[in-house]
Design a protein around this ligand. Structure first.
Ligand code: F6R
Length: 618
């Protein structure tokens, strides 16, 4: 939620900051703003709406002094406190105009801070929680001219989650940053340095990054980077090299990032699987701070995640229980800690998160750790908070996902979940290396099968265009097809803004079948007839039931499954796969369907309304 960029160096700060914001717009896009330090003042521009509104305003203004500045900050917002208006857009100036601040997160004690500042006669010019930080910082700077020290003092008075960046007119050529529970990375350049919510903002300039820890303050100039903790003790950040390039974050010739990300799925899944098998056939995770004995002692698994990642967890439950024989529960991360789950040392909590910054998932993880449970993260974002706070990590290596709604993240999360299940089964001796090897081989065949599905999507696109005006969609599945149905419905809701619901097919007759009307599109995910026959036969009956009530059936079924043909108004074929791995192929047509309907309806496929890529508030 919210993207932030800071820059000091020899280039035009305005341009560097705007370029960075463009790459961070996926984090929030309801307003944007920049503050550029000139010789003796801050030049500010902010505008509600997308970044293009701000750019237009800057062009009209033609401020040459602003354009010449070499030090500045910029923000793209996803509103929390205060509506998405010009006045609530960041940066926020202090009352004396000395300091400009941008912020990602929520200052939970802002009402108290605001009341105290107002009692001192400070007039607020916005409804945001952020503005109080700019006033507090300028008050601190009356006591010290050390910008980093002033920021540290302010941070100790704040509660909640924040990444803050600030510039001060009396401290030229410096940007200060601070982080607690929200992301901030440093980009180290030659005679220039950067601060940003993530590396995509600065990889056009440098791939050398430094990861900032929790409760740390960083001060950058063109030639230096100084990091301290909140008490002022110098600390070393963790340097790392970003190994994906700018092209990976660009659209690669596609109209939308999402179309590109859907197409990238074979490669992304292959990368998740790459290098996962050790010389003795063992599954390798990326970071393991747990012993094999710790994993052998596990007697219960909880998966915590949100949205699409939660759906990946629901699929994982089938695989983990089947392969390990350990009970596995899947919980919405936002509910987990409120219902007092039974956790102890022998519980493994698996946190799934593309961004690694989702606050609901992070809080569930922390709750689990407080109760002494072991935590394993499945994550796409190297160095983000969730993997850093976990006992073991498996990175999905899916590359940057820019479109707000997840596509390749889901498939790579599925692949990673399967690996975790196999790892647990192997360490616990439930499966031998050759049995694990056989499943790994099946997994390794999946990218080619996903590629095949993608090569046959023209008919699905055409179907999508014919469905673009429909108002309600139903998705049905059984077994692992049930979470896939939920995911199909979620994709359609968030991209095309139509009512869509996913159901376990067997549940339909217990109520939801009442909504089926003449022509209602019902997407049915059919399991392989070669798997458990009873599962297949049951869903074929369910398809007949909805069709008898007028539904227009869109059936996703395996090649060679002739039993579904008489009941399918539209048939989408997928290649034969082992039952548990089928979601890796059956999900793809639903992603294409949703994206194409949204595109046909003229919506922004990459940045659907009301959403943000990284949800860093609870
Ligand atoms: C839906 C979607 C969201 C995310 C959810 C969790 O397309 O993208 O539902 O899956 O917000 O995000 P992460 O995986 O970053 O924790």
């Amino acid at each position: 939620m919210c993207g932030i960029v800071g820059y000091v160096g020899g280039q035009t700060a305005l341009q560097v900051v705007l370029d960075g914001l463009r790459r961070l717009e996926y984090r929030g896009y309801d307003s944007a703003g920049v503050a550029i330090l000139t010789e003796d003042e801050i030049r500010l521009a902010k505008k509600a709406g997308k970044l293009s509104n701000l750019e237009k305003e800057l062009q009209e203004r033609g401020d040459q002094v602003m354009a010449a500045g070499n030090c500045g900050i910029g923000h793209t917002r996803w509103a929390t406190h205060g509506g998405p208006t010009d006045r609530n857009a960041h940066p926020h100036l202090s009352a004396d105009g000395r300091v400009a601040v941008i912020h990602n997160g929520i200052i939970e004690n802002f009402a108290k801070l605001r009341a105290a500042l107002e009692a001192e006669g400070i007039e607020f010019r916005s409804d945001t929680d952020t503005e109080c930080v700019s006033h507090l910082l300028s008050l601190e700077l009356r006591k010290t001219d050390d910008l980093a020290a002033a920021m540290r003092n302010v941070c100790t008075t704040l509660e909640g989650a924040f990444t803050l960046l600030a510039v001060d007119t009396r401290t030229p050529g410096k940007v200060v940053g601070a982080r607690r529970n929200s992301p901030l990375v440093v980009g180290r350049g030659q005679g220039e340095n950067f601060l940003a919510s993530d590396v995509s903002a600065f990889i056009a300039h440098t791939r050398d990054a430094i990861e900032l820890g929790q409760d740390q303050v960083v001060l950058i100039t063109a030639d230096s980077i100084e990091i301290t903790d909140f008490s002022g003790v110098p600390v070393e950040g963790r340097p790392y090299h970003v190994n994906w390039d700018l092209a990976a974050a660009e659209k690669g010739g596609h109209e939308w990032f999402m179309f590109k990300e859907i197409d990238e799925q074979p490669r992304a899944v292959a990368d998740t699987l790459l290098g996962r098998v050790g010389e003795h056939g063992e599954i390798l995770l990326d970071e393991v701070r747990l012993t094999d004995q710790d994993l052998r002692d596990i007697d219960k698994v909880f998966i915590v995640a949100c949205g699409t990642a939660y759906h990946a967890g629901l699929v994982a439950k089938y695989a983990i229980e089947h392969w390990t024989r350990i009970p596995c529960e899947v919980e919405l991360a936002s509910e987990f800690r409120y219902r007092d789950p039974v956790l102890d040392r022998s519980t493994l909590v698996v946190a799934i998160s593309q961004s690694g910054e989702t606050m609901d998932t992070l809080m569930a993880l922390r709750h689990a750790k407080d109760q002494k449970a072991r935590v394993l993260a499945i994550c796409n974002t190297n160095g983000s908070t969730i993997p850093r706070e976990s006992d073991a990590v498996l990175y999905t290596h899916g590359g940057p996902e820019i479109a707000v709604a997840s596509t390749k993240a889901f498939l790579t999360q599925l692949a990673a979940c399967f690996l975790v299940g196999l790892h647990l089964a192997q360490v616990r001796g439930v499966k031998y290396a050759d049995e694990v090897g056989a499943v790994v081989d099946q997994l390794r065949a999946m990218p080619e099968l996903i590629k095949k599905v993608l090569s046959e999507m023209d008919a699905v696109r055409e179907l999508a265009r014919s469905l673009a005006e429909e108002k309600t969609f139903i998705f049905l599945g059984r077994h692992v097809g049930y979470p896939v149905a939920l995911e199909g419905a979620l994709k359609l809701k968030e991209l095309a803004y139509v009512h869509a619901e996913g159901f376990a097919a067997g549940e339909l007759k217990h109520g939801p079948i009442a909504v089926i009307d003449q022509g209602t599109p019902v997407v049915c995910i059919v399991p392989s007839p070669a798997g458990r026959g009873v599962l297949h036969d049951k869903i074929v009956s369910n398809i007949q039931e909805v069709r008898a009530r007028g539904a227009r059936t869109i059936v996703i079924a395996e090649e060679g499954d002739e039993a579904v043909v008489p009941y399918a108004d539209h048939l989408i074929r997928v290649p034969r796969t082992p039952t548990l791995l089928a979601p890796l192929v059956t999900t793809v047509p639903m992603q294409v369907l949703a994206a194409e309907i949204a595109h046909t309806r003229g919506f922004d496929v990459d940045q659907p309304r009301n959403l943000a890529k990284s949800v860093t508030v609870e």
